[in-house]
Write a protein that binds this ligand. Structure first.
Ligand code: HEC
Ligand code: HEC
Length: 355
């Protein structure tokens, strides 16, 4: 009986570090622990020391035990105690808290993100992050940027100052970095495409926007899961403080043509490559584009300076390969088969309205 007790106690002692891990919550570092944690640690230490003294000097020693095996048991207990100290307790106390960077992902359970486009959609980034982990996005996407990834196809639109640092990840409860890139890195996807509706549409049917995409359709997710996942994607690469401050719903454009163009901008997927806030993405921004001077490469390899007018815009949408904007790759698909004359006009009105 006593031996059984000893074995049981030893088993609990060995598995303590494992039991201490919570399943769904990030483990707080000892520096953040409440006083009750230290009270429990003190009780545990006193109990263990007391047990060892009792085992050595008390009536615990079984009569059949030889002196040698008794010493062996004592040695075992000492070795295990040392192991626990060296492997768990000392490292845990020496562990330093990494300061989070200003852009570190910082969304707590229950917090809600409002769609920055002012569409009225909202979702919980934290829940979306769990959906992300549970549905294997991690098999094809990474969430870290190395210096050599900048300006490659893996991280279109990412700037050198967006290279990942350890402090960016300190608030993530589980690892989500990923190892393989069948799809692009998503570190700054929320800055690139801050549009929840587009993210949902793309998740439901990736081939609607990218006919060659090997990304599976996620239409089996519930509406809420899709919204949370889209909120998570929009939270990536955007300042959490700014997103939290929220956005005033953008007033619907007065002109129905502009409103239609704005809708087409998303539903045709222009949003995946063109921003409307002036920042560079896979393609040039639409902001201030109309009337601007751009340098383009013609099919014969010569360059020319052109002014952006309606004719240029139409050609850019219908035959994007005819004039390639300098500094950008020739990857824009032609929309000749996908837009009607009135769609084209609406898109033009929308681009013209973005001063
Ligand atoms: C089998 C591999 C695969 C899996 C699994 C996968 N993706 Fe993708 N993903 C891709 C590829 C390839 C692309 C690039 C083509 C495209 O945009 O569809 C992509 C693109 C994306 C984009 C960028 C869209 C754009 O327009 O630029 C986002 C966002 C994205 N995936 C999110 C997700 C999320 C969230 C999950 C999990 C629910 C997921 N992916 C699972 C392969 C995958
Ligand atoms: C796959 C990414 C991609 C998509 C989707 C895309 N574009 Fe582009 N677009 C580009 C790139 C890259 C360039 C610059 C190279 C070039 O001129 O082809 C560009 C250039 C343009 C230009 C010329 C811009 C300038 O600065 O002169 C216009 C206008 C344009 N796109 C409109 C659209 C519209 C409208 C849509 C949606 C109907 C769209 N694009 C969809 C990638 C894309």
């Amino acid at each position: 009986m006593k031996r059984l007790m000893t074995i049981l106690l030893l088993a609990v002692w060995v598995s303590l570090p494992g039991l201490a891990q919570h399943e769904h919550q990030p483990r707080p570092s000892p520096t953040e622990a409440p006083p009750i944690y230290w009270v429990l640690v003190a009780i545990a230490v006193i109990a263990i020391v007391w047990f060892m003294l009792w085992a050595l000097y008390g009536k615990m020693r079984p009569s059949r035990m030889t002196t040698t095996s008794y010493h062996a048991l004592g040695a075992l207990v000492i070795i295990m105690t040392l192991f626990t100290l060296v492997l768990y307790i000392i490292p845990a106390q020496q562990a330093q808290e990494l300061p989070p960077t200003a852009r570190a992902w910082d969304w707590k359970p229950g917090e809600v993100l409002q769609d920055p486009t002012g569409s009225g959609l909202s979702g919980e980034p934290y829940r979306g992050y769990l959906v992300y982990l549970a549905n294997g996005c991690i098999y094809c996407h990474t969430l870290y940027l190395r210096p050599e990834d900048i300006k490659t196809g893996w991280a279109e639109g990412a700037r050198p100052d967006e290279v990942s640092q350890i402090g960016d990840f300190v608030r993530y409860p589980f690892t989500m970095l990923g190892t393989q890139r069948d799809g692009p890195d998503l570190t700054v996807i929320g800055r690139k495409i801050p549009d929840m509706q587009y993210q949902i549409d793309h998740l439901v049917d990736p081939r609607r926007f990218k006919p060659q995409s090997v990304m599976p359709s996620y239409r089996y997710l519930s509406e809420r899961e899709l919204r949370d996942l889209a909120a998570y994607l929009v939270s990536l690469g955007n300042d959490p403080q700014k997103l939290r401050a929220g956005v005033a719903p953008a007033p619907a454009p007065e002109d129905p043509k502009i409103a239609k163009g704005k809708e087409l901008y998303r539903s045709l997927g222009c949003v995946a490559c063109h921003t409307i806030d002036g920042s560079r993405s896979t393609g040039p921004s639409f902001k201030g584009l109309f009337g601007d001077e751009v340098e383009v490469t013609l099919p014969d390899g010569t360059t020319a300076q052109v002014t952006v007018d309606e004719i240029y815009l139409k050609e850019a949408i219908l035959q994007p390969g005819e004039k390639i904007v300098k500094g950008f790759p020739n990857i824009m698909p032609s929309f000749a088969e996908r837009v009607t004359e009135s769609d084209l006009e609406a898109l033009l009105e929308y681009i013209k309205s973005l001063r």
